[in-house]
Design a binder for this molecule. Structure first.
Ligand code: ATP
Ligand code: FE
Length: 341
């Protein structure tokens, strides 16, 4: 079976072709229009998706060396995400499924971030159930206990900002471009992570809170800018390294606690922030120190991509889980949510 996957939940228009669990192509058009605004502008995002979707899908088919008639099903991101963005992918997927007379498969974007670990790769072993997955992206931060492909339980989550959001908002305070996560990662490599310390909130159970770190950085920067207007520029590397360490350390503390208390040593990371090199290194370290088996996604499957959508569609195809053509996009769509129609 050959399945086309479509992702349009935020600002990347992406299409991928999967055969079985093997990706044949994974194409994305990243939108540059948002950079000057310091964040994604929803109206501009949906318009850009509208322009990108056909060329991106065509490219994905060409690169996979398949034709429309080879497609066995169409999978698409139903949510969560920006409604106007989701509507473009949803409408396109429906129309294509209808015209090709093939099944339509709806995919939860968050499940997809996690299940990207099952994309077949000669060099990477997929995780064994049950495993813990630290799911860290621009909109979500949670520890998920994955008992089976579609049996997931949220163990803990952020009560305010997501980890990616924290990177981006603190990056804005540090006068970096959007999205700041990858920039902080790069600059942190040249800096001293112990130079500055920022207070972080102590949370109950396995929950997270990141808005306190942001406020702590903001006050600190405001105070020091008064003394030295070039403070940010002259300390940017140390600032990035220290901010990154603060965020990643607090992610790891709760993940370790969950692993220990639940007795699960299979531990994965997923979502855009799982691209972070310091987080990846901290995970690897736990193989030695705590005996974990860690699962770190390939770089191209960390931030938004259609390969992960095609992967979930492929799993659902095997189960015969198709959806009706009257399905609608869902801006809010929990990791585990039952839409009873
Ligand atoms: P969600 O999946 O919750 O709906 P999203 O799809 O917008 O949100 P992703 O595309 O999964 O989020 O991730 C984007 C986020 O990942 C951004 O906040 C970005 O700054 C962050 N990010 C990407 N690369 C890195 C990195 N190397 N280090 C830290 N953060 C990063
Ligand atoms: Fe995402």
């Amino acid at each position: 079976t050959v399945i086309l996957g479509i992702e349009s939940s935020c600002d990347d228009t992406s299409a991928a072709v999967i055969r079985g669990n093997k990706i044949l192509s994974n194409i994305a058009a990243t939108q540059q229009v948002h950079n000057e605004y310091g964040g994604v502008v929803p109206e501009l995002a949906s318009r850009a998706h509208q322009q990108n979707i056909i060329p991106v899908v065509s490219k994905a088919l060409i690169q996979a060396n398949i034709q429309q008639k080879d497609i066995s099903a169409v999978g698409f991101t139903r949510g969560p995400g920006l409604l106007g963005s989701l509507l473009v992918g949803t409408s396109f997927a429906k129309s294509l499924a209808m015209s090709l007379q093939v099944p339509l498969i709806e995919v939860n974007h968050l499940q997809a971030h996690i299940l990207a670990h099952f994309i077949e790769d000669a060099n990477i072993m997929p995780p064994k159930f049950p495993f813990l997955c630290l799911t860290v992206s621009g909109g979500h931060t949670m520890i998920v206990l994955v008992k089976d492909y579609f049996q997931m339980q949220i163990i803990g989550k952020t009560i305010d900002d997501a980890a990616g959001e924290a990177f981006d908002k603190i990056g804005k305070i540090l006068q970096l471009d959007y999205p700041a996560g990858p920039i902080i990662d790069r600059m942190a490599k040249e800096g001293d992570p112990l130079r500055f310390s920022f207070s972080k909130a102590k949370m109950e159970n396995y929950d997270y809170s990141f808005s306190g770190v942001k406020t702590s950085v903001l006050y600190f920067i405001q105070k020091l800018l008064k003394e030295d207007p070039t403070f940010i520029q002259s300390n940017i590397y140390d600032l990035c390294a220290s901010v990154q360490k603060t965020i990643i350390d607090s992610l790891m503390v709760k993940l370790e606690k969950a692993s220990e208390e639940l007795g699960v040593k299979e531990v994965a990371i997923a979502g855009g922030v799982s691209a972070n090199s310091f987080l990846r290194a901290e995970m690897k370290k736990r193989e030695e120190t705590l005996g974990w088996n860690t699962y770190i996604p390939k770089f191209e499957y960390t931030t938004d991509n259609a390969a992960m959508i095609a992967m979930v569609a492929s799993l659902k195809f095997e189960r015969g889980e198709f959806c009706d053509l009257d399905v609608s996009a869902a801006a809010r769509y929990d990791l585990i949510q039952d839409f009873t129609k």
